[in-house]
Design a protein around this ligand. Structure first.
Ligand SMILES: CC(C)(COP(=O)(O)OP(=O)(O)OC[C@H]1O[C@@H](n2cnc3c(N)ncnc32)[C@H](O)[C@@H]1OP(=O)(O)O)[C@@H](O)C(=O)NCCC(=O)NCCS
Length: 403
């Protein structure tokens, strides 16, 4: 029986615009602020992992583990930089967990961030589109400007045609998430509340991103700055931190799987690696989809909200969009999904996202999210974080202290 792993602390910045803050300062803030949240010194950590997907291309900075080691108390410890596209944050958590299980230490820190906007908060959508495009297969990237919106416009088109789903069905994913984000103080899109009609109407910022394909601006996740950090610990580690297991969420199940990068060679509507990772995480936690009370899925585009519900096992293949349309994913629904606002409305600072999904679920299970978003008596949570064209998946299952 391997050791139990707990989320000892979680902290994030508001997602959106960080302004004039350097990359070393982002790393320093992420680490010191999560430590401050439970009144410990960074030196308490035995090891760590960090990732920021586009940092080399957008900010010309690599070797992020070295920036972690700049924080007093972390130098000379096993610190690792990780990258798995938009699943980088989830991968940073797993890098810490596997080292804790291997006995390298009892307390570890996982950090994810992204700085995608300039110091004035402006973004260059085309430049970001190119930088994100590096995480696709070269043969599938050719000729595309907004590479990922384009690839997922194809996925959306295929999903709609295969299952007889409409743009209106998928609009409910965006509308539900924008509504949730209004109550999340960390969300990028506070103050933006589109209706289904707004999501469908081509007007102002809302346009078809690629001619002839159904994906519109409101179907897309945000280009956001932000950071997220988590302290993970074994039972022995919790003692060192002065925390009780009875007060902490357990990371009861976790798994990772990666499919071939080219989406054209496989069934992306039923991504094998994603299903496999989710099922492995459920099996490890000893739960099934019916046990899940709240979830966060990787809705980089609305179609992924639908596919995410299917990967979680909450809806059958092809019925994920209906799950949202019928209100089952809303707060108060059968199993609320993306109560944080998701990547579409909470925002998507790519490297931070996987950490933030687990962190928000931990807050849900501790009863610590704002009242309008709080799922009552939530005991089990699940997350599904993906990188690339539904290529690399990190899935987790969390259990509330008394579950
Ligand atoms: C949808 C997208 C292509 C729009 O990019 P763009 O055409 O360069 O941006 P626009 O010129 O339309 O945006 C102009 C403004 O509208 C804002 N805006 C964009 N989408 C918005 C939305 N859904 N709601 C409200 N405002 C929005 C932008 O933030 C920007 O304002 P700012 O400069 O004050 O920040 C871009 O947001 C995008 O690529 N999103 C997906 C990101 C992605 O692929 N992530 C990885 C997933 S795998």
């Amino acid at each position: 029986m391997s050791k139990k792993i707990y989320v000892a602390a979680y902290h994030q910045s508001a997602f959106g615009k960080l302004g004039a803050v350097s990359v070393p300062e982002i790393v320093r803030r992420a680490i010191t602020e999560v430590c401050e949240s439970i009144a410990v010194d960074p030196a308490v950590c035995d090891l760590g992992a960090i990732g920021a997907t586009c940092n080399i291309s957008l900010n010309e900075q690599g070797l992020l583990s070295g920036l972690m080691a700049e924080v007093p108390g972390l130098a000379g410890k096993p610190l690792e930089g990780v990258e798995n596209a938009c699943a980088t944050g989830g991968q940073a958590i797993l890098a810490v967990v596997t080292k804790l299980l291997a006995g390298w230490g009892e307390v570890g820190i996982a950090v994810g961030f992204e700085k995608m906007r300039d110091d004035q908060g402006k973004m260059d959508g085309k430049a970001v589109g190119r930088a994100l495009g590096f995480f696709s297969h070269p043969e599938e990237r050719e000729g595309k400007v907004y590479v990922f919106p384009h690839l997922f416009a194809e996925v959306m088109d295929a999903y709609m045609k295969t299952y007889g789903v409409t743009e209106e069905d998928l609009a409910y994913v965006a509308v539900t998430e924008y509504q949730n984000a209004q109550h999340n103080p960390y969300a990028h899109m506070r103050g933006v509340t589109p209706s289904v009609a707004d999501v469908l109407r081509i007007e102002g910022i809302n346009r078809y991103i690629v001619e002839g394909l159904p994906l519109k601006t409101y179907d897309c996740s945000q280009i956001s700055d932000g950071y997220a950090a988590m302290i993970l610990a074994t039972e022995e580690g919790l003692q060192r931190l002065g925390r009780q297991a009875a007060d902490c969420v357990e990371l009861a199940g976790y798994a990772q799987a990666t499919d071939p990068l080219r989406k054209g060679v496989r069934d992306v509507l039923r991504p094998e690696g994603a299903y496999r990772a989710m099922q492995a995480a459920y099996a490890m936690a000893g739960v099934s989809p019916e046990d899940v009370d709240v979830a966060e899925v990787h809705d980089c585009f609305t179609v992924m909200g639908a596919i995410g519900a299917e990967v979680l096992g909450l809806a059958r293949p092809g019925e994920g969009a209906r799950y949202w349309r019928e209100g089952h994913a809303a707060v108060g629904g059968r199993c609320p999904i993306n109560t944080s606002g998701g990547l579409i409305a909470k925002g998507h600072p790519v490297g931070a996202t996987g950490v933030a999904m687990v962190g928000w679920c931990a807050w849900q299970l501790l009863g610590r999210v704002p009242a309008p978003l709080q799922v009552k008596e939530a005991k089990v949570a699940a997350t599904f974080n993906i990188g690339g064209p539904i290529c690399a998946s990190v899935c987790t299952v969390l259990k509330a202290p008394e579950a």
